[in-house]
Write a protein that binds this ligand. Structure first.
Ligand code: SAM
Length: 338
C-alpha cells in the first residue's frame, strides 16, 4: 500500500530498538460487565473516576497525532468497550482520521448483537470476541455472570454485519476449560472463524493458581493435532503475534498466542492507551507516560508528537513474564485492555 500520509519531513514512530510502532490499542473504559476469574475479582476493581477518563474527543486527538507519525491500526478495548455509551461516535471519529487504515474491537460479545451493525456503519473493520467456553454452566463459572447465548448471538451479528472473519479468543486453563480445546478447534471446520488459544498470563488476580492452570501452546496444538493434521496458514489479517494453522479444507483457522512459552518482543509494534490517558509502553511493565494532562492543558499536535517520540525511550526491549509470577504492578489486564 502506498502510504499517502507518510512524509519524509515527519519520521515514523520507532522505538529505541528500531521497532516501528504502527499499532495503538485504546482502552475506552476500565469497567466490565463480566468478572472473569483470571482478570477481575467478583467485586470489581477500584474504578477510575469518570472525570479522569478521556473523552472521545480527547482520544481522537491522540489518535490524530499518532497517525501523523505512522500509527495505522487502532484497537478499541477495555474493560468492556461496548458498555461505554455511543462507541460508534468514537469509531467514526477515528475512521475519519487520515492515515488510519484499520479499526478493530475486542469485546466479550455480550452487547455485540445490538451494536455490530452500527459499529460497522461507523467504520469498524474487525472484531475479536473473547470466549473461553461453549458450555453455559461453565460460562457462569469462568465469567461469573451468565450470557453464553448472548455472546453467540453477538458473533452471528458480527458476521451478518460484515465484520468477519471473526476472531475468537479463548484463554485456556487446566481443569477449567482445557477439555474444550478440541470442541473450539472443531468450530473452524464449519465456520470462517479464527479460534485463537491464549496462554493464561499471570496477573495479581490469578497469580496464586497460575502455575497449576497454565497450559502451553505446544500442548494445545498437540491435542488438536490428535484430531487431524494441521497445516500452517497465514491466518486472517491482524497486527498480533498469533501463529495460525488449519485443518484440511476448513474455512476457519486455529491460532495460538503464547506470551509465556515464546515471547514476541522482537517484533513488538504496539503501544497502549489506558482509559485515563496513560500511554503504556509494554503490556507487562510499569512504563507509562501521561498524555491526559498535556491534552487537557491544550497541547498542540506537535507537542503530542514530541511526547510520543520521547516515550519511545521508555519502551523496554522485552517483558519478563514467567509462569506463576507477575512482573508489573498491574492488577488486571482490564486496566489496559490486554
Ligand atoms: N472485554 C474485552 C474482551 O473480553 O475481549 C476486552 C478486554 S479483555 C481484558 C481483553 C482480553 O484479555 C480478553 O481476551 C481476555 O480473555 C484477555 N485476558 C484478560 N486477562 C488475561 C490473563 N490473565 N491471561 C490471558 N488473557 C487474559
Amino acid at each position: 500500500m502506498i502510504d499517502l500520509i507518510a512524509s519524509p519531513a515527519i519520521p515514523r514512530l520507532a522505538d529505541a530498538f528500531h521497532r516501528p510502532i504502527t499499532y495503538l490499542r485504546i482502552s475506552v473504559t476500565d469497567r466490565c460487565n463480566l468478572r472473569c476469574v483470571y482478570c477481575m475479582p467478583e467485586a470489581g476493581l477500584p474504578w477510575i473516576p469518570k472525570a479522569a477518563i478521556l473523552s472521545y474527543e480527547e482520544i481522537a486527538r491522540i489518535v490524530g497525532a499518532a497517525a501523523q507519525i505512522g500509527v495505522r491500526s487502532i484497537r478499541l478495548t477495555g474493560g468492556e468497550p461496548l458498555i461505554r455509551h455511543g462507541l460508534e461516535r468514537l469509531v467514526s471519529m477515528i475512521a475519519a482520521t487520515p492515515g488510519i487504515a484499520d479499526i478493530a474491537l475486542s469485546t466479550n460479545g455480550l452487547l455485540l448483537a445490538e451494536q455490530a451493525q452500527t459499529l460497522r456503519d461507523a467504520g469498524l473493520t474487525r472484531v475479536n470476541v473473547s470466549l473461553d467456553t461453549l458450555r453455559e454452566d461453565r460460562f457462569a463459572t469462568i465469567a461469573r455472570r451468565p450470557g453464553l447465548d448472548r455472546v453467540l448471538a453477538g458473533i452471528d451479528a458480527a458476521f451478518a454485519a460484515g465484520l468477519g472473519p471473526v476472531k475468537l479468543n479463548c484463554v485456556v486453563m487446566r481443569g477449567q476449560n482445557d477439555d474444550e480445546v478440541e470442541a473450539f478447534a472443531e468450530l473452524t471446520r464449519t465456520r470462517a472463524v479464527a479460534v485463537r488459544f491464549i496462554e493464561v498470563m499471570p496477573v495479581e488476580e490469578n497469580v496464586a493458581g497460575h502455575a497449576a492452570e497454565y497450559v502451553g501452546a505446544t500442548e494445545i496444538l498437540d491435542r488438536i493435532r490428535a484430531l487431524a493434521e494441521l497445516r500452517p496458514v497465514d491466518g486472517p489479517p491482524g497486527n498480533g503475534p498469533a501463529r495460525y494453522y488449519a485443518f484440511d479444507g476448513a474455512p476457519g483457522s486455529i491460532g495460538v498466542i503464547s506470551p509465556l512459552s515464546h515471547d514476541y518482543c522482537d517484533t513488538c509494534n504496539r503501544v497502549r492507551l489506558s482509559a485515563d490517558g496513560r500511554l503504556k509502553l509494554c503490556l507487562f511493565g510499569d512504563h507509562f507516560i501521561d498524555l491526559r494532562t498535556p491534552v487537557r492543558d491544550g497541547a498542540s499536535d506537535e507537542d503530542l508528537i514530541a511526547i510520543f517520540r520521547g516515550s519511545m525511550y521508555v519502551k523496554p526491549e522485552r517483558h519478563h513474564l514467567d509462569i506463576g509470577q507477575t512482573s508489573s504492578a498491574m492488577r488486571a489486564l482490564s486496566e489496559i485492555g490486554g
